[in-house]
Design a protein around this ligand. Sequence first.
Ligand code: TRP
Length: 373
Amino acid sequence: MEKGESTVTPWEVKGEVDYDALIKQFGVEPLDDVLLERLKKQAGFLHILLRRRMFFAHRELGDWISSYDKGVNAALYTGRGPSGNTHLGHLIPWIFTKYLQDAFGSELYFQITDDEKFYVNPDLTLEEIAGYTKDNLLDIIAVGFDPKKTKIFCDMEYTKELYGIAARVAKHVTFSTAKAAFGFTDSSNIGIIFFPAIQAAPCFLPQRLTGKDAHILIPCAIDQEPYWRVTRDVAPKLGFRKPAGVYSKFIPGLGSGGKMSASLPETAIFLSDSPEAGAKKIKNAFTGGQPTIKEQKEKGGNPDVCVIYSYLYSLFDEDDKNVMETYNQCKSGGIMCGTCKNRLAEMIKIFLTEHQKKRADAKAMVNEFMLKG
Ligand code: TRP
């Protein structure tokens, strides 16, 4: 793959992603200041993931907010494919979803696609996936969603409600549309070819459960966009509103290049890592530093390619003045990589300690959150 080239599909993210190019390719809109102002007004503050543009694009977010203003049930929908243990990258859309739930008091529908991961992963058994589902559920609940307003469901379990909606969707999606959106070929198994209808279904679930109008907003990483493109085409044919979306970038792995990925465990901060193990991964991470201290002092580092800086910027350092200073000091050679690594390692330790406490508490809350089929 050439430099600057990338592939982004729901099942594969490869190479160096150019987000401006993706906005054009996927036909989504950049998040602008007017929208940010509306979110800020509703929430009382602008989340760091918005301020630093980790969430960077959307579809009809403004219409969704207007629906809320008019008293329509403005609900949220997001999900998780349980193919392994949860890492920090998975958490980003969920943290943002909680911010939106708190701001708008929205219902949240949370889909666990145990079927999807079975279809796309040649090595995973349904039993293994069920194990990951149980485990991942605790990480989801630990984010702090409102148990009264949040409904989590697994496709394999909640089939009865989902299948009827999926059938209505599937009837309107031709194989040629699905091929164009997802890149299916003659060797794709027929399970995954049907699956997009199952992921579309929750966009219409609140309407089905309540018999009332609803407008859905989907916070998720940009790789899920193909699902919503297909769903949005079908929605009016079924008499429903098109779901809106708000999309995040991927957080980089701790190595050089590529998103955080469970298949490269040394480059991912798993939520089950001990705080010490997490801190150690940070200390071994790729930076934008020079090979020696002497060169660093003379030439300065390169924060633009530094993973440590990108975590501070996108997630952990809320203080605008402070991040700017770190950036400038790094460039001018006034700060060494060890200093930034130590700072981030401490933040990761605190973050993992707190998450793991909430995860332990989540065990007693699972039933409260689950929709049963
Ligand atoms: N396909 C997603 C994954 O593999 C899971 C998912 C289902 C999802 N519905 C969603 C993600 C809605 C975001 C929003 O992780």
